[in-house]
Design a protein around this ligand. Structure first.
Ligand code: GUN
Length: 282
């Protein structure tokens, strides 16, 4: 194996220890940082994600409230829940776990969250702020990727970063963050032609496709930093978007799945919640 493994677990652990100190300072100043998570229905993956977020909050000294709504919950009831959290001065961060059951209008709900409590960074106001280079909440996964690059001193400025995937949650904000860090950025997607030709030019390759083993060794430039954002379940096992074994022989750096980016996502959620609490405590 040629690639150096990027150990998200260790980076996230150290990061969360620093966040716990920030949380403690806030509590001592009279503000208890507080994240409210809204979970609708019984989606098993969502239940696990929400439990992990709850546990991470508790461990960091952040208050966490999970509001569970029935699968059959109406749009009006969900919106009322969000509006109550918007108005609740004790709540600093609001997260509506996605995906929502199909009968609910996700976009409408996300629009309703107070942008200054939108710790997921999914509100159009925050996407706009990110686009314009203004301060705001940035989606946690791309933020976590930037932290991993920083933690491993992987140079970004002037490098060619290729992002595969153009979702609002990962691909697009990832491209913006890399651009703000002065990378030359290419965004590829399902209609991209000659994909491997482009990805082979990447010094930093971010895979956010949602397909197991999508990135193969022939798509990677020797020595590149390959960041695997994928979380796919194959035969009961969690794997990323990158063919780990083969790519580890070519890449310079590689994130494992699990144990890579996923660990950072929650750490960034906690960081965003503390940012929100610190802002309101001022
Ligand atoms: N579902 C899967 N990942 C996420 C996330 O980061 N935020 C929310 N709200 N829902 C998700």
């Amino acid at each position: 194996m040629a690639a150096k493994l990027i150990d998200g677990r260790t980076v996230a652990k150290e990061y969360k220890e620093k966040l716990a100190l920030r949380a403690q300072a806030l509590v001592e100043s009279g503000v208890t940082p507080h994240l409210a998570v809204v979970l609708v229905g019984e989606n098993p993956a969502s239940q696990v994600y929400v439990r992990n977020k709850e546990n991470a909050c508790i461990k960091a000294g952040i208050r966490s409230t999970v509001i569970r709504l029935e699968e059959s919950c109406t749009q009006a009831a969900l919106e009322e829940t969000v509006e109550k959290l918007n108005a609740d001065q004790s709540v600093h961060g609001i997260l509506v776990q996605l995906p929502l059951p199909r009968h609910l209008d996700e976009a409408r709900v996300l629009r309703l969250i107070d942008p200054d409590k939108d710790v997921d960074g999914f509100h159009a106001m925050n996407s706009g702020r990110l686009m314009n280079g203004q301060k705001g909440f940035v989606p946690c996964t791309p933020l976590g990727v930037m932290e991993l690059l920083r933690a491993y001193d992987i140079p970004v400025e002037g490098r060619h970063a290729v992002v595969i995937g153009r979702s609002n949650i990962v691909g697009k904000p990832q491209a913006m963050l890399l651009l703000h860090a002065n990378a030359t950025v290419t965004v590829c997607h399902s209609r991209t032609q000659n994909l491997a030709e482009i990805t082979r030019q990447a010094d930093i390759l971010v895979a956010a496709v949602g397909r197991a083993g999508f990135v193969t060794a022939d798509m990677v430039k020797p020595g590149a930093a390959v960041i695997d954002v994928g979380i796919n379940r194959v035969d009961g096992k969690i794997v990323g978007d990158v063919d780990f074994e083969a790519v580890s022989e070519v890449a310079g750096y590689l994130t494992p799945v699990p144990g890579g980016v996923g660990q950072m996502t929650i750490a960034m959620l906690l960081a965003n919640t503390l940012d929100a609490a610190e802002r309101c405590g001022r």
